[in-house]
Write a protein that binds this ligand. Structure first.
Ligand code: CMC
Length: 381
């Protein structure tokens, strides 16, 4: 017992698992100096030159598709967008007060019951399953929004590419060319991001050889938190709270004095600006220009400057993602579901990579509780 105690107390705790490499990955690399790569391609090049479906192909198959491969993936995605009737009925049954992320978490789990064999984990079956999830998560999100706002459900059609299809199912009207490009780039920029918390949660679940739906359900629950993907919704509440640029300085100082985190700022890995920010800033500016909401964009620039001046931290992906989605007409509480609808491609790829690694992810801990407490029978406590 004494020996156990000594060994336990010698254990070094890496708080927050900061800088701990839990596995190897080929899917993406988050360079702390401010670059992001998917399968070796710089995100700056991808966002300029390829569409989201090419990124999905890249992440799931490890290479960029040929024209035929892309067409095939696109038609698979569109044909998989339809939801089982039971899922639609189940979405109708939830309390109107439930958060869209709670509904999404539940329905991803529910989907596994409509997979004939969710535990059959051949690579081919898992890839089919990944495509099904990449296609169906945005439809769950869109269906919930349409039902909540008493609008007719819109049936998928093969007229559109996948990201614009998502907007079409969500809003019920086709996107114009600028909106189409914006949502495509938004989804590309959110597709994967190393061992972020939700991806790690998915990989831990997959490491027990549990099924892909269970892994993605855990990922959705993890993304929901405001220190992760839940931050984008909170950004919008902050912007709503600040009325003018003149109020920014006092507002931010007040938050810092109260030891509160400024949502949409800071990052565990990047020590420079998040490489996704410049793209989202540009998308947000263009969309705000069109929607006559440049005051919101200018407010963001002011906040960015003040936070950097005071804390030397940069906006992360969630800051301008919030403004982008707002300008696309997405209600605040659906921001994180839009993030999930894009990150599901990364989650499923990481689940497949984890199955190949075939090792249980199970860290240890340093026990700091008591030893050998005398047992007292219940009637004497
Ligand atoms: N507001 C105020 N101070 C901050 C913030 C912030 N948003 N982020 C970091 N800091 C401070 C932190 O308190 C620390 O200060 P000090 O040295 O005085 O103690 C310093 O900056 C360094 O922080 P860190 O160790 O780099 O932060 P971390 O790795 O523990 O936390 C984080 C990373 C993302 C949880 C944190 O930055 C945060 O809570 N941000 C707000 C929530 C948010 O925007 N989350 C989205 C994250 S990125 C995209 C995603 O995953 O969805």
């Amino acid at each position: 017992m004494i020996q156990h105690m000594i060994n336990n107390h010698d254990k070094v705790v890496t708080r927050g698992l900061r800088d701990v490499a839990a596995a190897e990955t080929k899917i993406s690399f988050v360079d702390p100096l401010g670059t992001l790569y998917y399968l070796g391609y710089n995100i700056d090049a991808l966002v300029e030159h390829v569409c989201y479906e090419e990124v999905v192909y890249l992440i799931l198959y490890g290479k960029l598709p040929t024209k035929n491969e892309l067409d095939e993936l696109r038609s698979q995605l569109i044909s998989e967008m339809q939801l089982p009737e039971a899922i639609v009925n189940s979405i109708k049954s939830f309390p109107l007060t439930s958060h869209p992320m709670e509904v999404l978490r539940t329905e991803v789990s529910h989907l596994s019951m409509y997979d004939p064999d969710p535990d059959y984990t051949s690579e081919q079956a898992n890839r089919r399953r990944a495509i099904r999830l990449v296609a169906k998560v945005p439809t769950i999100v869109s269906t919930l929004h349409r039902l909540r706002t008493n609008q007719q459900l819109v049936a998928p059609s093969d007229e559109f590419g996948f990201p614009e299809h998502f907007l079409y199912l969500f809003r019920g009207k086709p996107a114009d060319s600028e909106e189409k490009e914006s949502i495509d780039r938004f989804m590309t920029l959110h597709a994967d991001h190393g061992f972020n918390a939700s991806t790690f949660a998915a990989r831990v679940t997959a490491s027990t050889n549990s099924d892909m739906y269970s892994a993605v359900t855990c990922a959705v629950g993890t993304l929901k938190g405001p220190l992760h993907g839940g931050a984008s919704e909170k950004v919008m509440y902050m912007l709503d709270d600040i009325n003018t640029e003149a109020e920014v300085e006092d507002y931010i100082q007040g938050m810092l004095d109260d030891q509160k985190k400024i949502m949409g700022f800071g990052h565990r890995v990047y020590r420079a600006e998040d490489p996704r920010t410049k793209h989202l800033r540009e998308i947000a500016e263009n969309l705000c220009h069109r929607t006559n909401t440049l005051n919101l964009y200018n407010l963001c620039i002011r906040i960015e400057n003040v936070v950097h001046e005071k804390k030397k931290i940069f906006p992360n992906v969630d800051f301008y993602a919030a403004v982008t989605l707002n300008a696309l007409g997405v209600p605040f509480e659906f921001f994180t579901p839009f993030f999930a609808s894009s990150r599901v491609s990364g989650w499923t790829a990481h689940v497949m990579e984890q199955y190949k690694d075939a090792v249980l992810l199970r860290p240890s801990s340093r026990y700091v509780g008591e030893y050998g407490r005398p047992f007292v029978p219940i009637e004497k406590r």
